[in-house]
Design a protein around this ligand. Structure first.
Ligand code: HAM
Length: 456
C-alpha cells in the first residue's frame, strides 16, 4: 500500500472541521486588525531562503526541500512565510504605496525536513502576519497582542508569552563578540556543527538541538546585558505598550529564535497545557529590519509572527476547549422510487440554497438503511419523500429526536425548518424575501402563490 510521506498528515473528519473553524477565527480576527490576506508561491528560488533566513541556520543547512526544476533553476519549498512575503513586498514595489505600513497575513503549508515527532512535521501549516514599513514599538506590541488575541478568541487559556530583545546592530555586534569570547575556551565541548558556528554565527549555538542541554549554553551571556541605550529604550517602549494592552508576558533572555533575520524584539508563545511535550511553542516571531534590504529592496523595518496550526489544534484538544463545530445536519431526505429520488435531488438543492444543511441517499440503501444513515449523520429532521404526498404538494417531516411527525405544505417548508431550527433565515435572506414580496397586496410578483412574510 502506498503511504503518505513521513512527517505529513491527512486531516479529515472532525479534525478537519476544527481546522476550518480555527482558520475562520484567524481570518475574522486578522480582518478586525485590518490585515490583508496574501498568497505567495509555495516554492521560491533557493537563494531567497539562503539570503533571507541565513546560511548557517538549521533550517537552511539541514531542513529545506530543494530541487532543480526542469529548466535547471534551483528551487526550494518554502520552510516559512516571511521571506516570501518580503520578496513580494519588494518585487511588487509595495513600499511605494503611500499606504504604509503594509499589514498582511497568510495561512499555508510550509516544508521542513526535520526528524518527525509529535508537534514537528515535515509538511506543516502556518498562519502568520507581517507588518512591513513601521519601526514604531507600538507595532511590535500590536503584533504580539494580535497573536495572543487569536488564541484567546479560540478559547485557549493556558498560554504564556515570552519576550526578549536582540537589540540593534551595534548591540548585536557587542553580543556576538561576548559569545565568541565565552565559547572559545570551551570549543571542544561543543558539537561539530557548533564548532563551525562559533566564528560564522555564534548566536546559532544557542538554539542548537544537539547541545541544548549543555550547561555551557544555559550559562552563556544574555543579549539583554549587551544592549545600547537606544535598544534598551525601545524594549521598554514595547513593554509599556504591552502593559497598555494588558498582555501578560515574561522577559525570557534565552529566547534568540532560530532564524537569522531578527533584531530588537523577539518573542514566543507557549502552550502551558499538560501533555503537550517539548514542542509546546505555539508560535514565534519578531522584528526583522534588514530582511527587505538583504534581498535587494529598500531598508524596511518589519515585524511579524507565525504559528503552526497543527500545534494550535492539539492545544485546543488538550485544553478540551468547547468549539462551535457542527457535526450534525439539518435534514436528511429519504426516498424509495425514481420519481421521489428526483424530487429529493431537487429539494435538497433548494433547501441548501436557502441555507440549510441537507443530505440525501446516494448508495441505493433501502428505507431502513436510510434511517440508519440519517442517524449516523446526526440529522435533526428526516423526511421520507412519498409520491402521494408530493402530488398533494405536501411533505411528511419528522423531528429525529422527539420522533414527532408533521405533514406540512411544501410551500412553507423553508419557513417551517427555519422556525424549528432557529437558523435566522429571515434575517439572512431579508433581501430575497423583499424581492419575492407582493407588497402586502396579495399579488406575488412571480405569478404564483405568495410566500412572502406578509402571508406566512
Ligand atoms: P518559526 O519559529 O520557525 O518562525 O515557526 C513558527 C511556528 O511554526 C512554530 O512556533 C511552530 O508552531 C510552527 N512550526 C515550525 N516548524 C514546525 C514543524 N516542523 N512542525 C510543526 N510546526 C512547526 C517562523 O517561521 C517565522 N517565519 C515567524 C515570523 C514571522 N517571524 C517574523 N514573521
Amino acid at each position: 500500500m502506498i503511504q503518505k510521506p513521513k512527517g505529513c498528515n491527512d486531516i479529515y473528519g472532525k479534525e478537519a472541521k476544527i481546522w476550518k473553524y480555527v482558520e475562520s477565527v484567524i481570518d475574522a480576527t486578522m480582518e478586525k486588525y485590518n490585515y490583508n490576506y496574501i498568497r505567495t508561491p509555495i516554492f521560491e528560488s533557493t537563494e531567497l531562503f539562503h539570503r533571507g533566513i541565513g546560511e548557517s541556520t538549521d533550517i537552511v543547512t539541514k531542513e529545506t526541500y530543494d530541487f532543480v526544476d526542469r529548466g535547471g533553476r534551483n528551487m526550494t519549498l518554502r520552510p516559512e512565510g516571511t521571506a516570501g512575503v518580503c520578496r513580494s513586498y519588494v518585487e511588487n514595489k509595495m513600499y511605494g504605496d503611500p499606504n504604509q505600513p503594509v499589514k498582511v497575513y497568510y495561512n499555508g503549508t510550509m516544508y521542513r525536513y526535520e526528524r518527525p515527532q509529535s508537534g514537528r512535521d515535515r509538511e506543516l501549516t502556518q498562519f502568520g502576519m507581517e507588518v512591513l514599513g513601521s519601526d514604531d514599538p507600538m507595532s511590535d506590541a500590536e503584533v504580539i497582542s494580535l497573536a495572543v488575541n487569536i488564541y484567546k478568541m479560540l478559547g485557549l487559556k493556558e498560554i504564556k508569552v515570552n519576550i526578549n530583545t536582540l537589540g540593534d546592530k551595534e548591540s548585536r555586534d557587542m553580543y556576538r563578540k561576548a559569545l565568541i569570547d565565552y565559547f572559545k575556551p570551551h570549543i571542544s565541548e561543543l558539537c561539530e556543527d557548533c564548532q563551525t558556528r562559533l566564528e560564522k554565527n555564534p548566536l546559532r549555538i544557542l538554539d542548537c538541538k544537539v547541545d541544548c542541554d549543555n550547561e555551557l549554553l544555559k550559562n552563556a551571556p544574555k543579549t539583554i546585558d549587551y544592549l545600547n541605550d537606544e535598544s534598551k529604550k525601545r524594549f521598554e517602549a514595547v513593554k509599556d505598550y504591552l502593559d497598555i494592552l494588558q498582555i501578560k508576558y515574561e522577559v525570557n533572555p534565552n529566547i534568540v529564535r532560530g532564524l537569522d533575520y531578527y533584531n530588537h524584539t523577539v518573542f514566543e508563545i507557549e502552550a502551558k497545557v499538560e501533555g503537550f511535550g517539548s514542542n509546546n511553542v505555539l508560535g514565534g516571531g519578531g522584528r526583522y529590519n534588514q530582511l527587505c534590504s538583504e534581498i535587494g529592496g529598500p531598508e524596511t523595518p518589519c515585524i511579524g509572527f507565525a504559528s503552526g496550526i497543527g500545534r494550535l489544534v492539539k492545544a485546543l484538544e488538550l485544553e478540551e476547549v468547547n468549539l462551535p463545530i457542527t457535526e450534525d445536519i439539518d435534514l436528511f431526505l429519504m426516498y424509495v422510487n425514481e420519481d421521489e429520488k428526483k424530487y429529493a435531488l431537487y429539494l435538497a438543492q433548494e433547501l441548501r440554497m436557502a441555507g440549510f444543511i441537507v443530505d440525501t441517499e446516494y448508495t441505493g440503501r433501502g428505507l431502513k438503511g436510510q434511517f440508519k444513515q440519517a442517524d449516523r449523520l446526526k440529522a435533526k429532521y428526516v423526511a421520507v419523500l412519498n409520491s402521494e404526498d408530493l402530488n398533494n404538494n405536501e411533505i411528511k417531516i419528522k423531528n429525529n429526536k422527539t420522533k414527532e411527525e408533521e405533514i406540512i405544505s411544501l410551500d412553507v417548508l423553508i419557513y417551517y425548518l427555519d422556525e424549528q431550527l432557529n437558523t435566522g433565515f429571515e434575517d439572512i435572506n431579508e433581501e430575497m424575501l423583499e424581492d419575492d414580496c407582493c407588497g402586502g397586496e396579495g399579488h406575488c410578483k412571480h405569478g404564483g402563490e405568495c410566500h412572502c412574510h406578509h402571508h406566512e
